[in-house]
Design a protein around this ligand. Structure first.
Ligand code: MG
Length: 385
């Protein structure tokens, strides 16, 4: 008999109650589809050997986009039929010792809850995560308040629900088709087995309405990433001097790739670094004639676009220009304002500093101008962590 522990995610709903264009389990939550969150959490749990997703007919391509390569089964018209289809697939592939049945609409699955559920299966045929009912429960009759429902021993039940595989399979197979049922735990209980409870978690709550999506996105959170950029260009006669997107009056300009704006190049590399997306040369090869003399603002805009595409938010950019001449002081304000404009930041999110190298080295001899930058962004936690 198989000793495997398998997770079955029920994602077969067609409902669009949350208001989106997709069934909600495939709607984006943070940087990926909702079902991808619980799939990832269950897949990486060390006690879970594999994950199967029950989807609706015609949802294959949505699942493939959400979780490439995910094992799946086509479910039925009701949740119960979908669970049964999933259990039969697991049985056909050699069975399992334990199964966790989970709703795709609950994207966050704390590993500790899974640990507690599986431990409970050492003594019981089933276990469910529950939370106490905090609010008063009442029945209304014809719109008027009726009797209060006692909260003693009342709990609200979440998923995943854990079962000995053979027990829940048998309960499903023998359940009369026309008998209504709310969940798998009830079926196992009514089939004569013991189902216990473990502590649930508020993060396991279902995402159903648009407001729930907003709350789940907030729960997802962000991680901070910082990265540096560095660039040098050579001074030359007959060139313009562009620094930070501002044309600076000077008897020498910088020569090189595009308009040779070292400041924007350093910041572009810093931003690309925060999302590990290569460097400016990867995206705009110096060998391509179309970048000759090009305004570097477009490179920076592209890097900012790539950050935004990943759901990232730029928090701060700090730039240091290294040269003996020209004096940067008089141009600091315009450079700061221009960089903020390109990145759509406030001016106080852009720092512009300058230093000399005490006449030492190539910058000290006035042969070239160097720039270094550091960018700090926030990325959705599910990508950045
Ligand atoms: Mg450069």
């Amino acid at each position: 008999m198989s000793k495997d522990t398998v997770a079955l995610i029920v994602a077969a709903g067609k409902g669009e109650r949350a208001g989106g264009a997709f069934p909600k389990q495939f709607a984006p939550l943070g940087s990926r589809a909702m079902v991808a969150h619980s799939h990832a959490a269950l897949s990486r749990h060390p006690a879970i050997d594999r994950v199967v997703v029950a989807i609706g007919a015609g949802q294959e391509s949505m699942l493939a986009a959400a979780v490439p390569g995910a094992a799946y089964v086509i479910g039925g018209a009701t949740r119960r039929e979908s669970v049964l289809a999933g259990l039969e697939k697991i049985a056909a592939e050699g069975g399992a010792a334990r199964v966790l049945i989970h709703d795709a609409a609950r994207p966050f699955v704390p590993a500790a809850v899974v640990d507690d559920l599986l431990s409970a299966l050492d003594r019981y045929e089933g276990a469910v995560p529950v939370l106490p009912v905090a609010d008063t429960l009442v029945r209304f009759n014809d719109g008027l308040i009726g009797e209060t429902v006692p909260r003693v021993n009342a709990f609200r039940v979440q998923t995943p629900q854990a079962f000995l595989f053979d027990v829940v399979l048998k309960a499903h197979r023998s359940w009369p088709t026309d008998m209504p049922v709310t969940d798998d735990a009830q079926m196992v209980r009514d089939s004569g087995y013991e189902v216990t409870k473990v502590s649930g978690d508020i993060t396991l709550d279902k995402v159903t309405y648009p407001a729930d999506f907003a709350a789940a996105e907030a729960r997802l959170g962000y991680v901070t990433r910082s990265a540096t950029g560095f660039d040098v260009h050579r001074f030359a006669e007959g060139e313009e001097l562009w620094l930070g997107g501002v044309l600076i009056p000077h008897h020498l300009g910088l020569s090189g790739h595009s308009d040779a704006d070292v400041a924007l190049h350093a910041i572009t590399d810093a931003l690309l670094g925060t999302i590990a997306a290569g460097d400016i040369g990867t995206h705009f090869p110096p060998s391509e004639p179309r970048w000759r003399g090009a305004a570097s603002a477009q490179f920076l805009e592209h890097a900012a676009h790539l950050v935004a595409e990943r759901g990232g938010v730029i928090d701060f950019v700090d730039l240091t220009l290294i040269c003996e001449a020209p004096k940067i002081g008089p141009h600091r304000g315009p450079i700061q304002a221009r960089i903020a404009e390109i990145l759509r930041l406030r001016a106080d999110q852009v720092s512009v500093k300058a230093t000399t190298t005490e006449r030492l080295g190539f910058t000290g001899r006035g042969e070239g101008l160097a720039a270094q930058a550091i960018a700090t962004i926030r990325l959705p936690r599910d990508l950045g962590a």
